[in-house]
Ligand binder design. Structure first.
Ligand SMILES: *[C@@H]1O[C@H](CO)[C@@H](O)[C@H](O)[C@H]1NC(C)=O
Ligand SMILES: *[C@@H]1O[C@H](CO)[C@@H](O)[C@H](O)[C@H]1NC(C)=O
Ligand SMILES: *[C@@H]1O[C@H](CO)[C@@H](O)[C@H](O)[C@H]1NC(C)=O
Ligand SMILES: *[C@@H]1O[C@H](CO)[C@@H](O)[C@H](O)[C@H]1NC(C)=O
Ligand SMILES: *[C@@H]1O[C@H](CO)[C@@H](O)[C@H](O)[C@H]1NC(C)=O
Ligand SMILES: *[C@@H]1O[C@H](CO)[C@@H](O)[C@H](O)[C@H]1NC(C)=O
Length: 584
């Protein structure tokens, strides 16, 4: 715990507004200032639109209502029962899919402005989708893809600005989501409250089901299940997810590190090594996003401790390795493509410099191979022998979007262009977009993952055209489904949180807000109260100086600017960045 950092929740908001909604402040970006960039953005947006429809129309033609498209053979796979199921065990005998890719496309259709297709999909799903199927599914995957897709689409469908005929929509998607949520609940019936990783949608828990799960598997359910509770008024979903999250957090080591896999019955760790990639990634993401969506300080307190531990024990310059949760000693020196989401998360918390430098390294790897390989061994400077694939993953595009929205640096548009071009060159086939089996040969694999439509295309589209986000407060789930930040989902903020006299830019036009707090951003150059001079502003809620191996600061300047007060933060005698606000 850093000194002088007790009231940090507020700062998240400020940074959040700065990062996610800078269109308030930079809405002139499209017009005037940078005509060349503006023209490129329109050109690229149309290219991404074509990509989405190429993927979507081929799915609808050759695979719907099955789960995912096999673009090389123009056929389908009922993959909801295969997700996370590496050994393909207990596959259902009589399961014909749940229109997974259509569900995953719903929010993308709205963002692309295709309300008629959205409406058609909603009607089809409400008449035809059922979860009363004898299929064993992965709770985490089904939660982020199906429950998240439905909950997000329900919220978009009830928003009259999305052009859906309100007479047609009668909460059908929410009813489906609730039906699915109820089926999830039996997974949480364990001595620890940690959910089983697998359940059968029709029959619940299978006999002899494995008790092994992962940190992300049981620790990133709160956004979707919490939203379902807020929408239905039934608190059980949120309570179950929260209980699991609290239990998981209680299992952290004294270093505030978690492992990767654990046993839901005994509550013991199975794999003590962890990092920020597979099996853990969205756990961190959901702590900060839960704080943003539900406003509880509890989430923030967990996030802050967890984030600082990551920066302290996993980071090596711009790279992140894995470490043993008990000792903090490095275990595996590997770059995995899932880690590329981390810079986006760092933008959310305001650590822009660290985000920028890691993002650049990931992009270098992308440029070297043409796409991001799944796993690269940093210590041996070689690709992992069996994980040379690139399954159309979105994480680099996602981080690029966050960094562009925070900085407006047109360089990120070029990164986006490069990603789009690679996808078209290497993965586009007549029947859709195919995963890459081996990045050294660019040999293709017959699978178009649903997240290509839910995330990859969506983040790229928003990079080039963010009009969907103008004047709206959204967070995106780990599957790219937008959830609005609403004041009535927040606990009432105590008086002490309410700012009274901020001297920074305020958005005057803003009407109803999502929180009690004003929008503001710190000017690029701010006055340092201690020095009486102007310093370049760097917002960070828990800034950890990049420059030194132990991440401790030596001077105030290294600590950046506190984004509530826009004042420079101070470096304590112990070497921690603190709040100037509370020092005076
Ligand atoms: C799945 O499709 C097959 C072949 O069309 C059909 O025989 C079977 O009844 C379907 N299963 C279900 C659960 O609808
Ligand atoms: C919406 O999607 C459908 C299916 O791909 C397409 O036929 C239609 O032209 C699209 N409409 C708009 C406005 O893009
Ligand atoms: C439901 O599915 C059936 C069979 O595919 C189809 O005939 C029907 O039109 C669907 N309902 C809607 C509203 O599209
Ligand atoms: C569960 O495991 C026990 C002991 O290994 C075995 O006897 C039993 O057949 C298993 N049940 C099922 C349904 O696989
Ligand atoms: C990101 O890094 C590049 C290269 O070091 C630098 O030129 C740029 O100013 C940085 N941007 C931010 C926002 O830190
Ligand atoms: C806000 O602070 C500024 C600078 O400290 C001061 O000049 C101004 O009077 C204050 N405004 C209010 C409403 O307290």
């Amino acid at each position: 715990m850093l000194p002088n950092e007790s009231r940090i929740g507020l700062r998240t908001w400020v940074v959040l507004f700065l990062v996610i909604f800078p269109t308030f402040f930079f809405s002139s970006a499209i017009s005037g200032a940078e005509p060349r960039v503006a023209a490129k953005k329109i050109f690229m947006r149309e290219k991404v639109r074509k990509m989405f429809y190429h993927a979507y129309n081929n799915y609808m033609t050759y695979a719907f209502p099955h789960d995912e498209l096999k673009p090389l053979t123009k056929t389908f796979t009922d993959s909801l029962s295969e997700l996370g199921n590496l050994n393909l065990e207990h596959l259902p005998q009589n399961y014909n899919g749940s229109a997974l890719t259509l569900i995953e496309s719903l929010s993308s259709l709205v963002i692309l402005g295709n309300y008629s297709e959205f409406e058609r999909a909603v009607i089809w799903l409400s008449e035809n989708l059922t979860f009363d199927v004898d299929a064993r599914i992965h709770l985490f995957e089904c939660n982020i893809r199906v429950l998240g897709g439905l909950v997000s689409a329900h919220i978009l469908a009830t928003d009259p600005t999305n052009g859906l005929d309100q007479g047609i929509y009668k909460n059908q998607l929410l009813n489906l989501a609730e039906d699915l949520g109820r089926r999830f609940l039996c997974a949480f019936d364990t001595p620890t409250g940690l959910p089983y990783a697998w359940i059968n949608l029709k029959h619940g828990l299978m006999e002899n089901e494995t008790t092994e799960t992962s940190t992300s598997g049981c620790g990133s359910l709160i956004l979707e299940m919490g939203s379902l509770s807020r929408l239905t008024g039934d608190p059980r979903y949120e309570a179950a997810a929260l209980r699991a999250l609290r239990k998981l957090w209680s299992m952290r080591s004294p270093l505030n590190l978690l492992g990767t896999t654990l046993d839901v019955v005994t509550g013991e760790w199975l794999e003590y090594s962890s990092g920020i990639g597979a099996g853990v990634d969205s756990f961190y993401e959901y702590l900060i996003k839960a704080h943003i969506l539900f406003g509880k300080d509890e989430f923030w307190d967990m996030f802050k401790s967890a984030y600082l531990a990551v920066q302290k024990y996993f980071r090596h310059g711009p790279w992140y390795h894995e470490a043993d949760m008990r000792t903090g000693k490095a275990t595996y020196w590997q770059l995995t493509s899932l880690q590329a989401f981390w810079p986006g998360l760092q933008v959310l918390v305001g650590d822009l410099a660290a985000a920028n430098s890691s993002h650049r390294e990931f992009f270098h790897v992308w440029e070297r191979f043409g796409v991001l390989p799944e796993r690269y061994l940093l210590d041996r400077e070689m690709l992992h022998p069996t994980e040379k694939y690139y399954p159309l993953r979105p994480e680099l595009a996602e981080s690029t979007l966050y960094l562009y929205r925070a900085t407006k640096d047109p360089w990120y548009i070029e990164v986006g262009e490069s990603i789009v071009n690679s996808l078209n060159i290497y993965t586009k086939v007549e029947g859709g977009f195919a995963s890459i089996k081996d990045v050294t040969t660019m040999q293709l694999e017959d699978h178009q993952h649903s997240f290509f439509l839910a995330e990859t295309c969506k983040y790229l589209y928003l990079l080039f055209d963010d009009s969907f986000l103008v004047n709206k407060n959204f967070i995106f789930t780990t599957e790219g489904h937008p959830l609005p930040v609403r004041s009535d989902w927040h606990e009432k903020l105590p008086e002490i949180y309410t700012p009274t006299n901020w001297t920074c830019i305020k958005n005057e036009k803003q009407g109803k807000r999502a929180s009690a707090m004003s929008l503001q951003i710190c000017p690029a150059d701010i006055l340092s109260p201690r020095r009486g001079n102007y310093v370049h502003g760097v917002e960070s809620i828990c800034h950890v100086p990049d420059s030194r191996a132990d991440h401790r600061c030596m001077s105030d300047v290294e600590c950046g600017v506190e984004s509530i007060s826009c004042r420079q933060r101070s470096c304590s005698i112990a070497g921690y960045c603190g709040l100037w606000l509370y020092v005076i």
